[in-house]
Design a protein. Sequence first.
Length: 209
Amino acid sequence: MNALTRHRDLSESGSMILETVLSDASQAQAFLRPLGSFEELLWQMDKRSPLHATLAAHVDGSAIEEWRSALDQTRQRHPLWSAVIAQTEDGAPFFQTMHHPGVALRVLEDEFAQAWEREVARELSLRIDAENGPLIRAVLMHTDSSSMLILSAHHSICDGMSLAFAMRDVLQALSGSKLNKLSLHSSQEHMIGICSEPRAQSGVDCDRK
C-alpha cells in the first residue's frame, strides 16, 4: 500500500483515532494530523540514517534559565515542537502530542573554544527519536560571558530554512519579545496546492487536520 493511499485511510479514520487516544485517562496525548507523503518519506529515510537539520548560534551573555524559558516559549509557539510520530494499527504515521511536552536541553558549562564544532558533529550523527520525542532538541554550551545554542530538528517538521526561523524565535524570546502561538501547519501537499481540489476531482488522496 503506497503512502498516499495510507494517508487517505488515516484521514477517513482521523476522528476515531482522536477518540481512542483521548479515551484513555492515563494517556494525555492528542491526535494532531497525519504525516504528508513527503514527511513520511523523510521519516522512513531517517530510520536508516540520521536526516535531521542542525543549526548553531553564538550569543553574548544570558543565563541558563533564560535560555530554558526562551526555548519553552518557542515550543509553545510551534505545535509540532510538542509532538511525536505514532502509527495506526496498519502502520500509517501521524503526529500526536507528547505525554510531557518539552524541549530536550543538554547544558555544557565552561566548554567552548573549538568544542562547539565537535558538538555540532555529534548532534548531526545522533538520530532523533521520533517515536518517543521530542522532535527537536537543544545543546547549550554556556560560559559566564557567552553561549552557543545548537538546535537539531527532525526533518519531518523542519528543514534548514525553517530551523533558522525557529532559532530567530528563540533569540527573540531571549531578548524579551512575546511570541504569538502559531496554528498547526498543513502538510506540503496542501501548501503547494496539490490538495486544493476535492479528492474526487484531483485524483489525489490527501491528509487533513
